[in-house]
Design a protein around this ligand. Structure first.
Ligand SMILES: N[C@@H](CCC(=O)N[C@@H](CS)C(=O)NCC(=O)O)C(=O)O
Ligand SMILES: [Fe+2]
Length: 238
C-alpha cells in the first residue's frame, strides 16, 4: 500500500492518503477542511478513486473535510460508533477491517484521548490519530478522555505491534513527521520505558493545557461531517 503524509500548519494536523497501487482505491485519514483544494487535486492528479474518509476521532481543534469530499467523490465517511456522528455512513469499531483493493485496513480501538479514538493498521504502519504522537500523546481532559485508558490503549495495543511498525501521528507539534513503535517505546517521555501507569496518569492530569481555540466550532461541526454552516454549493467549486 502507498502512503502520503499531508500537513495542515494551522492546526498541526497530519492527514494521510493511503491507496492500493493496482486498483487505485484510496482512503483519506483525517482530512482538514482548509486543505480540501490540496487534497481533491492530489486525488485527481494521482488518478485515485477516493473510496473512504476515515476519522481517527471526533476532532476538537479543526473541522473535517469529510462531508465535502463525500459530495465530491461519493466517498464513504467512517467514524467510531461512540462518536454518535449521525452524518457518518459507517460507524466502525475495533476489530473491523476496511477493504482497499486487495488489501485491508484494520481498525484498532485505542480510546483515552477521547472515547471515539481508533488507530488504523496497514502492513508495516499504523495511523495512531491522537492516541500516540511522536515523543508525545493526545491530551485526556475532555470528550470523555481518560489517562488510564490511554495508557492501556498504547501499551496493550500499539506497543504490542512489531517494533519496526511505522507510527504516523494525527498531529505533530514538535517538527517530527513519523517514527516507529520501538522509537516511541524507548524515547517517548510520557509513556516510554521510564514511566509506569501511575506516572503517566499523574503527568496527563497535570498538563493544564488551555482548551483548543476552535473547540466550540469544531465539535458540533464534526458531528455533521464538517458541513454545519457550509453552503453546500461550496462543494460545487471543486
Ligand atoms: N493550541 C492548539 C492545541 C490543540 C490541542 O489541544 N490538541 C490536542 C489534540 S486534539 C492535544 O492532545 N494536544 C497535545 C498537546 O498539546 O500536548 C489549539 O488551540 O488548537
Ligand atoms: Fe484530537
Amino acid at each position: 500500500m502507498e502512503t502520503r503524509q499531508l500537513y495542515d500548519p494551522e492546526s498541526s494536523t497530519c492527514s494521510y492518503l493511503v491507496w492500493d497501487r493496482e486498483s487505485r482505491e484510496a482512503a483519506l485519514i483525517d482530512p482538514v477542511q482548509e486543505q480540501l483544494n490540496r487534497d481533491i487535486n492530489l486525488v485527481r492528479e494521482l488518478d485515485l478513486q477516493l473510496k473512504y474518509t476515515l476519522e481517527t476521532h471526533v476532532h476538537a481543534d479543526h473541522v473535517t473535510g469529510s462531508g465535502v469530499l463525500r459530495k465530491t467523490f461519493n466517498s464513504i465517511v467512517m467514524v467510531h460508533e461512540n462518536s454518535r456522528a449521525k452524518c457518518a455512513d459507517v460507524q466502525i469499531k475495533g476489530g473491523d477491517f476496511i477493504p482497499l483493493g486487495t488489501e485491508k485496513i484494520h481498525v484498532l480501538y485505542t480510546p483515552g484521548h477521547t472515547d471515539s479514538d481508533v488507530s488504523y493498521l496497514i502492513p508495516g504502519a499504523v495511523f495512531t490519530g491522537d492516541a500516540l504522537l511522536i515523543r508525545d500523546c493526545g491530551r485526556t481532559d475532555f470528550q470523555s478522555g481518560d489517562a488510564g485508558m490511554l495508557y492501556d490503549s498504547i501499551t496493550q495495543q500499539l506497543f504490542t505491534l512489531a517494533d519496526d511498525t511505522i507510527v504516523y501521528p494525527g498531529h505533530d507539534y514538535g517538527g517530527h513527521s513519523f517514527s516507529s513503535i520501538i522509537e516511541e517505546k524507548l524515547h517517548n517521555p510520557r509513556i516510554g520505558k521510564d514511566t509506569n501507569r501511575d506516572d503517566f496518569i499523574r503527568i496527563m492530569n497535570n498538563l493544564k493545557l488551555p482548551p483548543p481555540q476552535r473547540i466550540h466550532e469544531a465539535l458540533p461541526s464534526n458531528l455533521r461531517c464538517g458541513t454545519q454552516g457550509l453552503d453546500l454549493a461550496f462543494s460545487a467549486n471543486y
